[in-house]
Design a binder for this molecule. Structure first.
Ligand code: ADP
Ligand code: MG
Length: 318
């Protein structure tokens, strides 16, 4: 049965890396199997009376989509990055939606599920546009990189730690979700929406006219925008590690099972969280709690039920 707006809402963010297991090449079937296994847990949570909104990353997936476009560029025109973002929202949304529909049906539950192509507004004056930092897509040799930068003057290409050249794109802060009212209407009616995949398709507002922009928005920061705008009670960021560690990957690493936002902010200031991975998750959680959220959790995707029950992951409160 669809749950109405009286029930507390949890926004769950699924890591794009976590949807691909270590060592997998990323075939459609592999990714579908992973998604299906996760959706079996999500269905249990829904049947138990939890209202959910799902968002997800797309790092490895958009990398592969860009490679498909670049390699086929002699035969069919290459699409802009933001259109590739829309492609990944579509196929990942399809996997998540269909898996969840099947798992709910197995449990005799008729909660409706739908994926939304979602745009996220960014600011033209965001400093990220002057300093692209996010590596994306295929690696190129020096001569390929040289040829490409002649053909497409707008691209920024940079050597990436001895592995070849890679495109760098800006990663601006998400400001607002263009379709937030449509999402709210669905969520209030008890529909499980899948929205803002890959951090959302970045757009600029130009006197009411909307245009896509070549950038990548961090999906954890967009998850915070979703959770805050919908007044969710919980933001759950699901990834491929058990949660937040101090001194991560060192002999003296220490797992945080419960932490207050002030302590977490202090640890962030001390440099415990890497900028491209755990850093934005911690930043998203701190923003959510600052903006009125009650509870945030960061945990291992495969233990979703326990993470939501407070039995696993890093539980963060004010
Ligand atoms: P996702 O696709 O879920 O966003 P990321 O790779 O961006 O995945 O982030 C998860 C990764 O963050 C972990 O696999 C881990 O290697 C890394 N990480 C960096 N610092 C920490 C830390 N302090 N505690 C836990 N994980 C960390
Ligand atoms: Mg990430």
């Amino acid at each position: 049965m669809p749950l109405s707006s009286g029930h507390p809402l949890a926004v769950i963010a699924l890591g794009g890396n976590a949807l691909l297991q270590r060592g997998e090449r990323g075939s459609f079937d592999e990714q579908y199997r992973n998604v299906r296994r996760i959706m079996s847990q999500v269905a249990d949570v829904i049947v138990n009376g939890q209202r959910l909104l799902i968002t997800h990353g797309n790092g490895p997936q958009i990398g592969a989509t860009l490679i498909r476009h670049e390699l086929a560029g002699q035969t069919v025109p290459v699409f802009p990055l933001y259109a590739c973002g829309a492609e990944t929202q579509g196929f990942l949304g399809y996997m998540i939606q269909q898996s969840l529909e099947s798992e709910l049906a197995k449990r005799g539950d008729d909660t409706p599920v739908v994926t939304l192509v979602t745009e996220v507004v960014v600011d033209r004056s965001d400093p990220a546009f002057k300093n692209p930092t996010k590596p994306i897509g295929p690696f190129y040799t020096e001569s390929q990189a040289h040829r490409l930068s002649m053909e497409r003057k707008e691209l920024v290409l940079k050597e990436d730690s001895g592995r070849g050249y890679r495109r760098l794109v800006p990663s601006p802060d998400p400001k607002s979700i263009q379709e937030v009212q449509a999402i709210r209407a669905l969520v209030d009616k008890g529909v499980v929406a899948i929205a803002c995949g890959g951090g959302g398709i970045p757009i600029l507002q130009d006197n009411g006219n909307l245009v896509g922009v070549d950038a990548v928005i961090d999906k954890d920061l967009t998850a915070e925008r979703l959770a805050t705008s919908l007044k969710a009670s919980t933001l759950a960021i699901m990834t491929d590690v058990d949660g937040v560690f101090l001194n991560y990957a060192r002999d003296d690493q220490h797992f945080l099972s419960h932490v207050g936002s002030q302590d977490l902010a202090r640890y962030a200031g001390e440099g415990h969280f890497a900028s491209g991975s755990m850093g934005p998750k911690v930043e998203a959680v701190l923003r959510f709690l600052r903006n009125g959220g009650r509870r945030a959790v960061i945990g291992y995707l495969e233990t979703l039920k326990d993470v939501l029950n407070g039995k696993a992951g890093t539980q963060i409160t004010n």
